[in-house]
Design a binder for this molecule. Sequence first.
Ligand SMILES: C[S@@+](CC[C@H](N)C(=O)[O-])C[C@H]1O[C@@H](n2cnc3c(N)ncnc32)[C@H](O)[C@@H]1O
Length: 291
Amino acid sequence: MTADQPTVDELRGASETLLIPLACRARGSRERMSGGFRDDLAEGLVSRFGVDLDRYAVDKPSIKGVIARGAWFDSQVIAFLRAHPNGCILSVGSGLNTMFERVLRQIAAGGWHWIDTDLAPVVDIRREVFPDTDMRSTRVLDVTDAEALAEILAAGRPICVVAEGVLMYLPEPAVRTLFETLAQLALDAGVPCRICFDWCSPLMVRKSRKHPAVRHTRDTSIIFHWALKSPRDIQGWHPAWTLRAQSQAPMTQAGLKSRLFGLTYQAFTGGRWFYGCAAMDVAQAGSQRAP
Ligand SMILES: C[S@@+](CC[C@H](N)C(=O)[O-])C[C@H]1O[C@@H](n2cnc3c(N)ncnc32)[C@H](O)[C@@H]1O
């Protein structure tokens, strides 16, 4: 790497947090922590950028949780592309995620397209590693920028927005605007629209600096902001959103302690989840439920 190339050490704020899932995937792969999970690309990236695994991938439950989360997101994206072979995956806050490469191994290249996006300093780094191709491009996109989203939806392709480990870093009004904007744009354009995201309970947000992965970031001001009690609450923001699937896999597959903690939280909150992943669709008038 030359002196004028962007480095991960310069990342600040929520952008530094991309090193957490990257390091977890790399360490999980290197040390064979989750069954057959392998991510050679993530392993190569942490070596190339000198990512400190002892800072960003410290505890086993976080590593296993990140791997389980990624597997769940992959499965949702693959199901969407099988249903919409000409669809577009819009990954927001992509960081140095290797999801496109993992998905491409499981579903044949065809008419679908993939857009990876993030804030400018991250895109500078991503572009060093992931060159644009006919199928995949990388661009700067602040997920709170409604005009930029409108431009992408205007292409008229069925769209699946992927926000893995992203929305909790945004203030609630920004997340709400994202869901309202996406639903309205999809309805206006008459295109199928899905969003896959993970969400944190109010307790998880309040304790975010104590989170075993987040507590080690160099930037100590990083905290979670957006809290949710249930993905169904999003229907209160825009009634077109319907819950398609949800998962607690990052908790249940992260080891006994995380599983028990999740169950205890449910017992004390009338069944609510501490942390979850969800896929929601915009229901078009008269449309059948998508697979
Ligand atoms: C924890 S990382 C997740 C990275 C990636 N999705 C993954 O799972 O490996 C959070 C990412 O969200 C990005 N981010 C934070 N605020 C954003 C915003 N307003 N618009 C777009 N991306 C944002 C950060 O730059 C960072 O890359």
